[in-house]
Structure formats: structure tokens, C-alpha cells
Design a protein around this ligand. Structure first.
Ligand code: BGC
Length: 843
């Protein structure tokens, strides 16, 4: 008995969002204290949920009168505990723009000066004619004190908006990447404090970004995937103290010029020529009469949608671990950490026209210089051309994947920092144990997640790729959800995935869709369109992740083209078990296993939404696929065609085998793993340790973690890795050898779930039923915490002198089955529990 307190209030998975979708937001909270028995949500005196006697509730969808646009709503949740006590917590959300009146504007594209990037010296920039970044400004008068001001802004391209020189918000690479033909996100900023009485200026710099810059690896096009020059749309809504309102919008009356950003490109890098700077252009009083009128390019508001997730932000700075002078005016900076971001450099006074160049790389070559071979055509080079005075150089519209930077052009290096950029997903989990190498592995996984969650979940942040590959995201998702709260990030990206679904139901290989990449989805890649929503639903409990029609359309697409239910046709580029170091898993077996998984999960999703007929149809289909799978790929009871690790992993994890084959199949898997070490590629790696331990082979899962020879995780750690590599051994053609690819980091789920022991029961949703099963191996202690959607979960165990001691925190409203290493099982309710055994039988 005791009280229950709500905390961590969210609206649509974000704390106090500005500019939400106004329809029916999910208002949620986490729990601490005792079990709740009832809840009540009230929105601004506008709507009350009424008291809901639901002990499991951790969120309620708003169901009141339509919400007005551009309005802040405060809301509160009250919880009751069994002892009759109640407690209340408050929060707010603000709805986004309603109808737009602004026009899209641009600097006159016909007057655009295309810059040939500098090619002298050691710059490897190709002559691709990048355009100088447009500067757009509009001066306006305010009549009386401004009580509130909101800026609703977006771009085809990237923008940085300022009011009177003050930055609007802290989003980087905004508005983020979507398929701009379908959907363009806008951001909302509270800019009240930026405004003054009298003359004010709204000033925006634009860059190409994903819209019209280089993206992916399509060699046929010089950028220009979605458009050819950047455009801006913005509405500044002013509310005066007297209650009157005014809008300053893009359209006629804007002025356009060019300044010091000679070009900016996500892959190529950025060049600032400070001799061309236009000082004061973002401040009132600047004379823009020599500038041209901005051109109105259109009024299409249809694709504009409010941002669903937190933006990319500059989340932290890293100081160098080492700086070495490698030649006259040249320094090599080692930041000690592979990351995604950019360098900020204090540049001393130099001769006007002097060039300072920053090149980036993940690794060094044999001579100790930057090894840029794996960047392919991504030049990843930033250039400052000095106007004379000292300055601070930091690019604004690019990012690079790097650990090392080579800086040329300054004799004495000033302060230099690596600025870490990533989508700002709140940290959710921590893991630590008695083995420092496993701790390093966990850090590498976390850094891999940071460096690859940049607006979309990417494969890698360094080479000319950085695409939202679906399989990479699918296998890493369970780990990602434990490290950070990725609900909003994936809610946004799932829309990209669905935007890329064909009318026939086909999911793609990458989202947002990008020309140059095979459009038809491969097994395990396209299936992410089903697997990811299902996992998000289980973790966050929000049924809106489950778009049953979209999921069923995918399953029906595969079925239509494969009437005998063996998935052979329409497999897209069939990447098979990508980068597997072992014998190839038969492609049809692998594909059919995913076909079954997609049908099975679609059946469950339909059930969640109460669509019984659809659930039954999909269940029957899944059963038929399973029968076809067994008939076609079982070479003997418990043996599968190909006899590969990934084959057995998929069959066991996806429930494809008859009950009597499970033990022999798991035994065969264990034999193969014991003989060869891990032989999985991307599509089996996430299952290795979980499936082995699930079937009684936790010792082997630990042996894999302990293995030091390649292929292994520890091999990378011992070779000094600070992120997870694309290939198990980090050796391969440079064109396909990224050192920051997270798929093999999907073992992170087992660090939490196996080593520390935090997992969710198979049929549980939103961590209502936990399974706490620490598998100590030869470790002496481990602990993990996880800020679940329901509340805090913690596990900490240690052993010594024949004792095993375990402490567990189960959040309110949840229960846990605790399995001790000696075989004892305890069923426990919410709260803190400790267990002590003397048994030493572990793993
Ligand atoms: C990417 C992968 C991706 C794959 C498709 C690669 O170039 O880097 O991570 O999933 O292509 O096989």
C-alpha cells in the first residue's frame, strides 16, 4: 500500500511538444510508487476522461472537442492508489499550424551562381557546381509589446532561421528528411523573447540538404533527388499584449542575397568564404536594397505536416583526445571517439584569403594519415576562407562520420571541438557489468545508435550512403528501444516507410524513398514495415503503431506473387543474410521465414485492433506458410536445408517448427555455433544470443560474447573500436567497410535481457509482465536500468563467495517472473525485491 505518482508526462511520446498534430493526441505518463487503481485525465477544462478504473493505464487518447490550431493546452493526470490516496501531475502541449497562408519562396534560381568548389591542394572535391546558400530576409515593424510569438517554418532543403540575430530553436538539419514529394515537416518555435519593439528582422539561410544536395550513392545525378534549389516557407504569428494578432509570412516583400556560405552539402562538406560575408544581414537596419526580391515559387501547403519527433540537435561537444602536428600548418586531431557531427574550430587572424581545411575520417592509414577510402564520393571536407580577423568556424548544414580530423592552414591550433549531432532521443537505459570489454561494447553500441539516428535511422554516417535501410533498423530496433526512448523518432520514420509503400503493397529497401536504390524491398528489409510497428507496439503500448491495412497489403503482395507460399518471386534485390561470414542461408528459406513472420505479426496486429476476420485470415495464411516451409525446407526432423545458423535462428525465433523439432533444431544450432563461432549476417545476428539462451544454451551465448577471434564482438573492441563495424572483422573492400554500422550491435538487447536480465514476457505489452532472468556467465556483477513506458525497471546482481545476490525494481502496475541461476522461480508484484541464493550454477 502507498501512493502512486505520475511522472514523465508526454503528448504523442514527446514531453511538452510545440506544434503537435491536433487530432487526438495520446496523453501518457509513467508511474512511480504503488500500483494505481484508477486514472483521470483532464485537458484545460475542455475535456475529462472521467475516472477510469484501469490499473494498467499509462495513457489516454484525447477524445474531446476538436482542438484549435496554434493553441497551448494544459492537461493533468490524477492517479489513485488502492489506499485511496491520489496524486496529480500537470503538463502541456501546443497544437501546430492550422491552414497556411504563406507562399514558398526562393532566391531567384536563374540568378544562382554555381560555385566550383576549390580543388587545389589535397582537396578531393569533385567539380559538381554546388550553389551558394541563399539568404532570405524580411524586415517588419511591431506595433506594441509582443506577448507571444511562434515561428512555423520549413524548407525544401535545410534552413536556419533567426529573428534579430537570435536563433529560432536549436534544431539542426531541419526540417529533417522525408520524401518531400509526399510530406514535409515543419517546426514550431517559441520566439517571443527574440522580438523587440520597432523594426525586427526574420532572416533565414537555406541549404540543399537531402532535398537538392547529394544523398545516397546514385552516381547518375548531381544531387537533385527531390528538387534543384532550396525553398523556404515560414509564418511568424505575433500576438500583441492587447490581444491583436499579426502574421509575417513568406511571400512578396522578401529580399534574397548570398553571403559567406559558398556551398553546403551533406556529403561534400561546407565552405565559408568570410570575404563574401554580409555582416549584420540578420539584424534590423541592414541595407538590403542591393539584394533581389525573393521569388514566390508556389503555394502548395499539402505536404506540410508538424514534426512528429524531436529534431537533430548538437547534443554535446567532445574535446580532442590527442592533437599531433603533422607538418607545416597541419594538425591531426583524434577525438578518441567515432561519431557523427562536425568540428568547431577557433581560427586565428590570418591573411585574407587564407584557407583552412578540415578533412574527416574514421580511421588512419598505415602512414598515420587520414584513411578516407571508405568515404567513397563523400568528400566530407569543410573549408574556411579567412577575411583576416580571428573567428570561430563551424559548418551548419553538413555532418560527417569521423573520429579523426586533419586541419590544414593554421600554424597554431586554437580550441577545437567535435560537435556531436543526432536526433534527440531521450536516454532510456543503462548497462554495466564486471567486464570492461563488454562495457566498451555497450558504449560502442550507444555511439553507433547516436551516429546513425540522424533524422532517419541510417546504415552509416560517413560514406555516400547514409540511407534509411529497413533491415538495419529492424534488427537493431530492440536494442535501440532499450538505450533510448525512440517512440517519436520511429513514429516519424514509420510514416516515411509507409509513404514509400507502393500502391500494390510493396515496402521498400530504404525510407525515405530515394531514386538510385532498388525500390522493391528484399526479404528482411521490406518486412521491417511489419516487424518494426509490432515491436514498437509491444514496447510502447500504442496501437497506432499498428497500421493493419499497410501490414496486410505487404503480406498480400508477397502472397499474390508466390501462390505456393514459398517466397521466390518479387524478392527485390534479395540481399540474403547480408555480410554473413559463413555458408549462405538458402535464399528461399530465409525469405519464406520472413514471409511467415510478417503474416503472423499482421494477424496479431489485426487482433489488437479487434479486426477478427482479418486476424483469422492472416493467421490461416501464416499457418499455411509454416506448413509450406516445413514441407520444403526440412531435410530431416529438426534439420533444415542449408544447415546454417541463420536458418535455424529464423525458424526457432519465428515459431516455424513443429514442437518436437524445436529441441533438435536448437541442438543443431548450438553445434554449429560451438564449431564455427557466429556465422550470421545482418538477418540472424540479433537472434543469436536470445535464441541460444532461450533454448538452454546461455553458456554458448556467453562464449560468443567472450570470443576474441573474428568474427566476434570482442575482436572489434580489442582492435580499439569505439562504434560497431559494418563487417564482423572490419576487413573488406574499403567501399563497403564502414566503422559505424549498428546491425551487429543488435546484441545490445541481450546485454540488457540476457546478461543483466531485463526483458518483457512474450505476450506482454508496455512492460506489464517482466521476465527477470539474469544469466551471469563468468561475470561477477551486472546492472541495468530501463526507463520503460510504464516506469523505472532496474536489475542489479552480484556474486561472490558462493552467493548470488539480485535486486530488482518492478514498476507500478507490472509484475515479474524472476528466474534465479539456481533454477528457483519467483512471481513478484511491483516494487523493490531482493533475492539471495547460494547456488553457483550459472548460465
Ligand atoms: C548498406 C547496408 C544495407 C545494404 C543492403 C549497404 O550498402 O550499408 O547496411 O542494408 O546495403 O544490403
Amino acid at each position: 500500500m502507498g501512493s502512486v505518482w505520475p511522472y514523465g508526462l508526454c503528448c504523442d511520446h514527446r514531453a511538452t511538444p510545440l506544434g503537435t498534430d491536433a487530432s487526438a493526441p495520446l496523453l501518457s505518463w509513467r508511474l512511480s510508487g504503488a500500483d494505481p487503481v484508477a486514472c483521470l485525465v483532464e485537458v484545460d477544462g475542455l475535456w475529462s476522461s472521467g475516472r477510469l478504473d484501469d490499473p494498467a493505464a499509462i495513457g489516454v487518447r484525447y477524445a474531446g472537442p476538436p482542438l484549435r490550431p496554434r493553441t497551448r493546452y494544459t492537461w493533468q493526470v490524477t492517479l489513485w492508489a488502492a489506499d485511496g490516496t491520489s496524486s496529480t501531475a500537470r503538463s502541456w502541449f501546443e497544437t501546430g499550424q492550422g491552414d497556411w497562408t504563406a507562399a514558398w519562396i526562393a532566391a531567384d534560381p536563374d540568378a544562382v551562381e554555381h560555385v566550383d568548389p576549390p580543388t587545389e591542394g589535397d582537396l578531393a572535391l569533385r567539380d559538381h557546381g554546388l550553389a551558394a546558400c541563399p539568404q532570405l530576409r524580411r524586415a517588419f515593424e511591431t506595433r506594441s509589446p509582443v506577448a507571444a510569438a511562434r515561428l512555423y517554418v520549413s524548407a525544401k532543403g535545410l534552413y536556419e532561421a533567426r529573428i534579430n540575430g537570435h536563433r529560432a530553436g536549436d534544431a539542426e538539419l531541419a526540417p529533417g528528411w522525408t520524401d518531400y514529394r509526399r510530406r514535409i515537416q515543419y517546426q514550431t518555435y517559441d520566439v517571443t523573447s527574440c522580438l523587440t519593439e520597432g523594426e525586427n528582422v526574420l532572416a533565414v539561410t537555406l541549404a540543399d540538404g537531402w532535398w537538392s544536395g547529394f544523398a545516397g550513392f546514385d552516381p547518375r545525378r548531381p544531387g537533385y533527388h527531390y528538387g534543384t534549389f532550396p525553398e523556404l516557407i515560414a509564418e511568424l504569428h505575433l500576438t500583441y499584449a492587447d490581444g491583436s494578432a499579426e502574421i509575417v509570412a513568406t511571400g512578396d516583400g522578401w529580399r534574397a542575397g548570398r553571403g559567406h556560405v559558398r556551398y553546403a552539402d551533406l556529403l561534400k562538406g561546407e565552405c565559408h568564404d568570410l570575404r563574401a560575408a554580409t555582416p549584420g544581414w540578420r539584424l534590423p537596419g541592414f541595407d538590403d536594397t542591393s539584394w533581389s526580391p525573393a521569388v514566390v515559387t508556389g503555394h502548395d501547403h499539402a505536404p506540410l505536416v508538424p514534426s512528429l519527433d524531436e529534431p537533430v540537435r548538437a547534443v554535446r561537444d567532445l574535446a580532442p583526445a590527442a592533437v599531433t602536428r603533422t607538418g607545416p600548418g597541419t594538425h591531426l586531431v583524434d577525438f578518441g571517439q567515432n561519431l557523427a557531427g562536425r568540428v568547431r574550430l577557433a581560427v586565428p587572424a590570418l591573411e585574407p584569403g587564407s584557407r583552412v581545411t578540415i578533412r574527416h575520417a574514421e580511421t588512419l592509414d598505415a602512414e598515420g594519415g587520414l584513411d578516407t577510402a571508405n568515404l567513397r564520393t563523400a568528400d566530407a571536407t569543410d573549408v574556411l576562407i579567412s577575411a583576416g580577423p580571428a573567428t570561430v568556424f563551424e559548418p551548419g548544414f553538413t555532418y560527417h562520420g569521423f573520429r579523426y580530423a586533419e586541419i590544414t592552414g593554421v600554424e597554431v591550433l586554437g580550441e577545437v571541438k567535435a560537435v556531436v549531432l543526432h536526433s534527440d532521443t531521450p536516454q532510456a537505459g543503462t548497462f554495466a557489468c564486471s567486464d570492461p570489454e563488454l562495457d566498451q561494447l555497450q558504449r560502442n553500441i550507444e555511439w553507433g545508435q547516436r551516429g546513425n539516428f540522424v533524422s532517419v535511422p541510417t546504415d552509416c554516417p560517413q560514406r555516400d550512403e547514409r540511407l534509411g535501410w529497413l533491415a538495419d533498423a529492424q534488427v537493431f530496433l530492440p536494442t535501440a528501444c532499450l538505450n533510448a526512448d525512440v517512440a517519436a523518432f520511429f513514429a516519424k520514420w514509420l510514416r516515411d516507410v509507409r509513404d514509400a509503400q507502393t500502391p500494390q503493397g510493396g515496402f521498400p529497401n530504404v525510407a525515405p524513398r530515394l531514386s538510385g536504390v532498388a525500390e522493391e524491398g528484399a526479404p528482411g528489409w521490406a518486412d521491417a514495415g511489419v516487424l518494426i510497428p509490432w515491436h514498437l507496439y509491444r514496447v510502447y503500448g500504442d496501437p497506432r503503431f499498428l497500421d493493419v491495412d499497410s501490414m496486410a497489403a505487404w503480406v498480400d503482395f508477397v502472397r499474390r506473387h508466390n501462390p505456393d507460399l514459398i517466397w521466390r518471386a518479387r524478392t527485390g534485390p534479395h540481399y540474403a543474410d547480408w555480410l554473413s561470414p559463413g555458408p549462405a542461408t538458402p535464399r528461399e528459406l530465409l525469405a519464406t521465414a520472413f514471409f511467415h513472420r510478417s503474416a503472423d505479426l499482421t494477424a496479431r496486429a489485426a487482433q489488437v485492433h479487434g479486426r477478427t476476420a482479418e486476424a483469422e485470415r492472416m493467421r490461416a495464411l501464416a499457418d499455411d506458410i509454416r506448413a509450406a516451409f516445413i514441407k520444403t525446407f526440412a531435410s530431416a526432423p529438426g534439420r533444415l536445408t542449408g544447415d546454417t545458423q541463420t536458418g535455424y535462428l529464423l525458424a526457432l525465433a519465428f515459431g516455424l517448427l513443429p514442437p518436437e523439432w524445436i529441441v533438435p533444431a536448437a541442438r543443431r544450432l548450438a553445434e554449429l555455433v560451438g564449431e564455427h563461432g557466429p556465422q550470421t549476417g545482418f538477418l540472424g545476428v540479433n537472434l543469436l544470443c536470445p535464441v541460444l539462451s532461450e533454448h538452454g544454451h546461455a553458456d554458448l551465448a556467453h562464449a560468443l560474447l567472450n570470443r576474441t577471434a573474428p568474427p566476434s564482438w570482442r575482436y572489434q573492441v580489442r582492435r580499439g573500436a569505439t562504434t560497431v563495424w559494418e563487417r564482423w572483422d572490419g576487413a573488406g573492400a574499403p567501399s563497403m567497410n564502414s566503422f559505424n554500422h549498428y546491425a551487429f550491435g543488435s546484441v545490445g538487447e541481450w546485454l540488457y535481457g540476457g546478461v543483466a536480465g531485463i526483458a518483457q514476457a512474450p505476450d506482454s505489452v508496455a512492460y506489464r509482465e517482466l521476465v527477470i532472468r539474469p544469466l551471469p556467465g563468468d561475470l561477477t556483477w551486472a546492472r541495468a536500468t530501463y526507463e520503460s513506458v510504464r516506469g523505472r525497471i532496474a536489475v542489479s546482481w552480484e556474486r561472490g563467495g558462493g552467493d548470488f545476490h539480485l535486486a530488482v525494481t518492478v514498476p507500478p502496475g507490472a509484475s515479474a517472473t524472476v528466474h534465479l541461476p539456481d533454477g528457483q522461480t519467483h512471481q513478484v508484484p511491483s516494487g523493490d525485491h531482493t533475492f539471495r541464493t547460494t547456488e553457483e550454477t550459472t548460465a
